[in-house]
Design a protein around this ligand. Structure first.
Ligand code: SF4
Ligand code: SF4
Length: 372
């Protein structure tokens, strides 16, 4: 049976007097039909990555401010949001996360709305959304995202060391998962205790619902793996980086789980997705640095279909010339290759898109509509 193509709207970064990049963004999302969503008096979660301080490839707050103003004009009540990270960086709890966002220029004055960290102070504020999929019966999604009426995804399109590339699916799925949810996507097993880091503070013991943790004879936490269900709460609670994730999920499984989490985020509510194909760094914005982009800045794309959007962005990057001095500027890279697989050879980005298609999130079959 022939399936219908999803529409992906695209505009490049060429500007002229009276039509700057923010004007182009507005024109793009309106051509793509964002105004067809009924925003009137609805809470609108704009899911974005505020960037790890030190990394300068994240989406500029100016773009977020434009989307905020469009949503307000359409009667919605927008807020910017992201969930805490699993690893110990500058965004692993709401206080540090808001500080990091502020350092990178995101605050109420610059973006025109409040910022809410979706899974709360320590990443433990989440709801379990029932999805009954291949890996996840439920997905642990940050409460503020669950409570919103509409989801707008703003993703920076770039390479990623685990998923090949990071785009709409990753922004929605991994990005909306609570710390326990992120553990589920990243890992096939229970956490471990790095004894050297453990202070014996008992915080994990108090918060383990399974009673799986106790202090050993050296006053260090110890997990009883017979009782542990791998919920990730101890990783979220530990402030000393002692309760740690075991990064052992296969690339395919991780991508498929991320697609399932993304499905959980958008399954019961209107959503719209925008990707910025600029500063296409080889790695994720979670690193505190960004390498030379692999291709010149390409443009912005928008769609109601996150699968089609991700596929269109991959294709645009793969068609673009490489930048001299980037990681692709070597004798081993040949122009016909998929750039993301060349950079991260153990990844398999297509698995996430295929799985997303199989669970009804969208299609890789798209029509690219150019917005001048
Ligand atoms: S919360 Fe962390 S530091 Fe405290 S006892 Fe547990 S593992 Fe050790
Ligand atoms: S992962 Fe959950 S069940 Fe396992 S030890 Fe940590 S808090 Fe307890």
């Amino acid at each position: 049976m022939e399936t219908s193509k999803s529409k992906v709207y695209f505009t490049d970064f060429k500007t002229k007097s009276g039509m700057n990049l923010l004007d182009k963004l507005e024109k793009l999302v309106k051509k793509a039909g964002i105004q067809n969503i009924d925003f009137k008096n609805k809470f609108v979660a704009i899911k974005i990555h505020f960037g790890e301080p030190g990394n300068l490839a994240f989406i500029r707050p100016n773009y977020a401010a434009k989307v905020v103003s469009i949503i307000k004009e359409l009667g919605g009540i927008p807020f910017l949001t992201d969930s805490n990270t699993l690893y110990s960086g500058r965004r692993s709890n709401a206080i540090d996360h808001l500080d990091a966002a502020s350092e990178n220029g995101f605050n109420k004055l610059t973006v025109g709305c409040n910022i809410i960290i979706a899974d709360g102070l320590k990443g433990t504020d989440y709801r379990e959304i029932e999805i009954n999929q291949k890996y996840c019966k439920t997905a642990k999604i940050g409460t503020a995202i669950c409570d919103s009426d509409i989801i707008i995804s703003m993703s920076h399109f770039k390479g990623h060391e685990m998923t090949g590339f990071g785009g709409a699916l990753k922004n929605l799925g991994m990005g909306s998962g609570s710390r326990g949810g992120k553990l589920e996507m990243h890992s096939a097993s229970q956490p471990k205790i790095e004894k050297e880091n453990c202070t014996g503070c008992r915080q994990c013991i108090k918060n383990c619902a399974q009673g799986a943790i106790s202090l050993d004879e050296n006053k260090k936490a110890s997990i009883d793996y017979e009782k542990c269900v791998g919920c990730g709460q101890c990783v979220a609670e530990c402030m000393f980086d002692a309760a740690q994730i075991i990064w052992n999920e296969s690339a395919v499984t991780a991508n498929e789980k991320i697609a399932e989490y993304a499905y959980a985020v958008i399954k019961d509510k209107p959503s719209f997705h925008i990707s910025f194909i600029m500063d296409v760094s080889p790695n994720c914005d979670c690193w505190d640095s960004n390498d030379i982009p692999i291709v010149p800045n390409i443009g912005m794309a928008a769609s109601f279909d996150p699968i089609a959007l991700d596929r269109a962005c991959v294709d645009l990057v793969n068609k673009a010339p490489i930048i001299k001095g980037s990681v692709l500027d070597n004798n081993e890279f040949n122009n016909d290759e998929d750039k993301f697989t060349h950079i991260h050879s153990n990844t398999d980005w297509e698995s996430g898109l295929k799985h997303g298609e199989s669970i009804g999130m969208g299609t890789q079959d798209y029509e690219l509509i150019i917005v001048k």
